[in-house]
Design a protein around this ligand. Sequence first.
Ligand SMILES: Nc1ncnc2c1ncn2[C@@H]1O[C@H](COP(=O)(O)OP(=O)(O)OP(=O)(O)O)[C@@H](O)[C@H]1O
Length: 385
Amino acid sequence: MTITTPSPYGQSQAETKPKLSQLCEHCHSRKAQIKRPKNLQKICKECFYEVFETEIHNTITNANLFHPGEKVAVGASGGKDSTVLAYIMKLLNERYNYGLEIVLLSIDEGIIGYRDDSLATVKRNQVQYDLPLEIVSYRDLYDWTMDEIVACAGIRNSCTYCGVFRRQALDRGAMKLGISHVVTGHNADDMAETVLMNLLRGDVARLEKSTAIMTESKGSPVKRSKPFKYSYQKEIVLYAHYKKLDYFSTECSYAPEAFRGTARELMKNLEAIRPSCILDIIHSGENLVLKPKKQRTQFRKNAKAGSKVPTEMEVRSDGSVSLTSAGFVDGNTCEKCGYLSSNKICKACMLLEGLEANRAKLRLEGDQSFVGAAKLTRTLENLSF
Ligand SMILES: Nc1ncnc2c1ncn2[C@@H]1O[C@H](COP(=O)(O)OP(=O)(O)OP(=O)(O)O)[C@@H](O)[C@H]1O
């Protein structure tokens, strides 16, 4: 088999699997079978499993991610990252006696032909890994599915809606299970991509948090962590492939957020020239020293006073939606849904308000059809809330 691995020096080139005569650079006894995307080391399958698993264990222990007796939910989408995460969490928990109680938590966003198929994979994983599974749907929580949202609000902002709703849905699902820690399959590529994106957008507030392995949002009792913070996407795929894990590999039916897609392309091009750049970008993000918050807040206030003042929701020129804080304090609950929120109205309710307004507008215009309504989608893509 030919593995297409980019050259670390200059132009991309197809590199073949190490020659069978080459010995593993790790154990020096077995034949090398894999060239590690992270450092181009030629190693055997067994050593690859060992280094890959040990690096994740080291990430977990260095960051003190868990404590014995803790109940942890694995955000399980059925995709490669979270499938490998569920497998590895179970494996490491048993190997190193973390003492965790692990549950699979899936969100059904209501995307026909995508999420229904990937959830079927999670249901098989539940049996394969012998882990309990909880499924929470947007339909039950918000009375909207993503298919309906896209038909109503257009495809351009779909990632924003989905991201806000999923975050809250994961929290709600975890709280329902009495769990206050969710782990997700976000990997090193995702993290480097986020650093780049925030840097390119000048989003200093997000830049500061983008390399955190554990995050706790204001107003949420559920913390999140990323045990794959230093794991390369390509290695996760190789691991899933060689371990023959059962995962769903189709991309989401809705286009990725435009700007993230561009940052991803940029990352891939950089990785092709210099594989270590993924870790280097994360390292740079970790070591960025930002101005003290007070000065930055003042700077933002001045900028706001002199220019267009962003309201609670702003549709940016690249099509993404920015939800800005209205300045309320921690510990509030949303006035509409009662869910914990640092704002008067939680982000999910703000988005739902916009959707309901659009739905009402469409009804006034006499158009009742939502699902698959291309004309409607085009019209609504020009609307902002
Ligand atoms: N529907 C979902 N239900 C539960 N967790 C989810 C869901 N979607 C995403 N996640 C969590 O968020 C992580 C990042 O999701 P993202 O949509 O960026 O997908 P991805 O990089 O393709 O990951 P995966 O391969 O696991 O689908 C996933 O690894 C998973 O842990």
